[in-house]
Design a protein around this ligand. Sequence first.
Ligand code: ADP
Ligand code: TRP
Length: 331
Amino acid sequence: MEIVVSGIRPTGNLHLGNYFGALKSFVKMQEENQCYFFIADYHSLTTHPIPADLHGNVKTVLVEFLACGLDPEKATLYIQSDLPETAELYLLLNMNAYIGELERCTSFKEKIRTQTDNVNAGLLTYPTLMAADIIIHRAARVPVGKDQEQHLEMTRTFANRFNRLYKVNYFPEPVAYNFGENLVKIPGLDGNLKMSKSDNENSAIYLADSAEVIRKKVMRAVTDSGPADQNKPRSQGVQNLFDLMSYFSSGETLNFFEDVYAAGSIRYGDMKKQLAEDIIRFTLPFREKMEALAADETYLRKVAKMGAEKARESASKTVREVREIIGFRQF
Ligand code: ADP
Ligand code: TRP
């Protein structure tokens, strides 16, 4: 039983890769650990979202998480901005975070290049806000992908520095949660090894996609001119279709298409039609749950309120103790 924290930026819908690569593990984790999962809406302000969109973006993530099986009775599911204690801890941590180390952070350097019109202080201090998110619950584990490893390393630096500076052993050093060796990687429809939301709008299939959209995307998936030469390796696009079938279709279906491929008589159109129907069958229950949840404002309000209350219990205790350690006293 460990304390686990993870934050998700409210930037669009979940695709099949997100589900198999992250959400399924979250759902398992909530059974065995004390989990805090939150929607990182403070973080999303670093890119200046339109005010009219912010709430809807948060709602989308909340609805999709619930539809995927995150249970607000088991995990603490909350919205970052419902926890102002995070903002206070962020302020306090910033006093001991050095400009040099923040400027050297890879994600900041990347933003300087790509977001030239808006290099704000929030981008620079993104790692201290993320550290605050994590250590506010004194978490031991953080389930994040490789791209977040440096932020986690900085979290450890800030936590250790606090301990050293105030001669306490207060914050634990959080480490990445190991999803295990056999982490699945869902391939893309564009011939890439990994399904991803990219500039190619047909690469990823979202849990929220309608049957029509799924058919259209799968029918446009990248293939090749056919198995003319059995000795040549399959193109990545075709291999991806077979791999997707291994996730979403029955063993019989997969074997059937392997056989016709081996016989040289495969028609990719037929294979795609079958794959599309199998993916639709898989995603339909998620979409139905999402639609029901999205229409149930009363329930969503209840979930958010309950999450905020549970999260504040843990966070207000930490901030109270941190203030004491730093030397704030009440008159
Ligand atoms: P994207 O690449 O579409 O922007 P994110 O980087 O937001 O996706 O990923 C969020 C989570 O989903 C991460 O934990 C990541 O490892 C997981 N994930 C994303 N794409 C895939 C995929 N194709 N297969 C498995 N896991 C994935
Ligand atoms: N930076 C993370 C991302 O881009 C999101 C995030 C914010 C986060 N705070 C966090 C992840 C705390 C884990 C723990 O994906």
